[in-house]
Design a protein around this ligand. Structure first.
Ligand SMILES: Cc1cc2nc3c(=O)[nH]c(=O)nc-3n(C[C@H](O)[C@H](O)[C@H](O)COP(=O)(O)OP(=O)(O)OC[C@H]3O[C@@H](n4cnc5c(N)ncnc54)[C@H](O)[C@@H]3O)c2cc1C
Length: 386
């Protein structure tokens, strides 16, 4: 997939294994999962048994101890076949890596092993009906009950991936002094109501739901991070891994758009020649190919920075996510264009790619929010003389 010198033998072997798994267990089924609006839990369990769900979790906590590049390659391989299943790696990793960095010893011991095996599925519950991009404005409250070490959680979270089937939620809120808080809540806890959200544009198999918390009790031992430090430090760490995942899964989906378009353009004949002989179609394929190459390199560069613990890693991950999600939205629209009417039918993968690709520009920071952050950062950096 990439210049062979950019990946280690171990990373290449992992990628081959991901692709073999995807070919057998994912590609033939994604259309069905999309139509039935749910990736079956046993498919997620199989990914867990294969070591894919907790690959990036450190070995000492029961994970695979992968580097970020290998985690990225996993998302590329699965992203090409099923955005909905790939969302499992996104959110599970967001919660797991948050616990690795900010969790207590007890929380790590309790959750990370089962999460690594895929026996426990976790959701990252930030967005609310009135609060999207502006996460500092969360309205959910996590306040002391006044007896013992119990806190009360009250509020509504919306558009939460996998939450319709998750075992635990990492929920973000504020206390009554406005300090940001987060806590782990079991989906079966009293006061939790889960309302599945069907008929999404894309990610239809990703089990989104709205979750209502009505005075749901959280033990102080289940709070994650120090009050007041959760929105500035704890949540961004989770979102950072979400962006790594989304950048690479967008890149995988972009590859799928190119493969599907190239195959069709070689076969489909109009005006007595395969349509790839028409310059306008070649231009579309060229743009997809160049975007794919650029997205792969940006993703790899970002993950290498992450693996090197470089201070630039955050900006490079934002850059890769921004580029790849926009590139795949263009490529998926073009894939439909190359296929004409055939691409407009649900049985054609291009239609599904098109719906999933649009979502990439919204999750883990919308295009506009990333422009705000990256534009400021680039301006500061490049306005310096010398
Ligand atoms: C498939 C899917 C899965 C999701 N999974 C999760 C999940 O697991 N957990 C979770 O917490 N959330 C999840 N979300 C929600 C997602 O994080 C939000 O959709 C995202 O943060 C944007 O928020 P919003 O949709 O409320 O849009 P808004 O923030 O209301 O934005 C609406 C529009 O205004 C623009 N805008 C907002 N602020 C600015 C600004 N300052 N400058 C310029 N333009 C701006 C946005 O770019 C957008 O175009 C999911 C969403 C989808 C679609």
């Amino acid at each position: 997939m990439l210049n062979h010198r950019l990946l280690t033998e171990e990373q290449k072997n992992h990628y081959r294994r991901f692709c073999e798994f995807v070919k057998e267990h994912v590609t033939p089924f994604d259309n069905t999962w999309d139509k039935e609006q749910g990736v079956p839990r046993q498919v997620m369990a199989r990914c867990g048994q294969a070591g894919f769900v907790g690959g990036i979790i450190p070995k000492e906590y029961g994970g695979g101890g992968w580097d970020a590049v290998t985690f990225g390659l996993l998302n590329e391989a699965f992203g090409a076949a099923s955005s909905s299943l790939c969302a499992l790696f996104t959110v599970q990793t967001m919660v797991a890596m948050t616990l690795v960095k900010w969790g207590t010893d007890e929380q790590k011991k309790q959750w990370l092993g089962p999460m690594a095996k895929g026996e426990i599925i976790a959701s990252f519950a930030m967005t609310e009906p009135k609060v999207g991009s502006d996460i500092q404005a969360v309205e959910t409250t996590i306040t002391p009950k006044g007896e013992g070490d119990i806190y009360l959680l009250k509020g509504t979270k919306k558009w939460i991936t996998l939450s319709a089937i998750a075992d635990i939620f990492l929920v973000f809120g504020k206390d009554n002094e406005g300090k940001s808080m987060a806590g782990i809540v079991k989906s079966t806890a009293p006061g939790v109501t889960v309302k599945p959200l069907k008929d999404m544009l894309g990610f239809r198999g990703a089990h989104l739901s709205q979750i209502e918390f009505e005075n749901c009790e959280i033990r102080s031992g289940d709070l994650v991070g120090k009050p007041g430090l959760v929105l500035p430090y704890v949540a961004p760490l989770g979102l950072h891994y979400g962006r790594i995942s989304t950048a690479w899964s967008s890149t995988g989906l972009l590859r799928a758009c190119l493969e599907t378009s190239a195959a069709y353009a070689s076969e489909r004949r109009q005006f007595q020649v395969p349509i790839m002989e028409h310059g306008a179609i070649r231009q579309i394929i060229t743009d997809m190919g160049v975007d794919l190459e650029a997205a792969r390199l940006l993703c790899l560069n970002a993950c290498m920075a992450e693996d090197d613990h470089s201070p630039d890693a955050i900006e490079k991950v934002l850059t890769a996510k921004y580029f790849a999600s926009r590139a795949v939205a263009r490529a998926a629209a073009d894939a439909v264009q190359v296929m004409g009417a055939a691409g407009c039918h649900e049985e054609n993968p291009a239609a599904r790619f098109y719906r999933n690709a649009k979502v990439m520009q919204i999750i883990e920071g919308t295009d506009q929010v990333l422009q705000k952050v990256l534009g400021k950062s680039f301006c500061r950096k490049f306005s310096k003389k010398g």
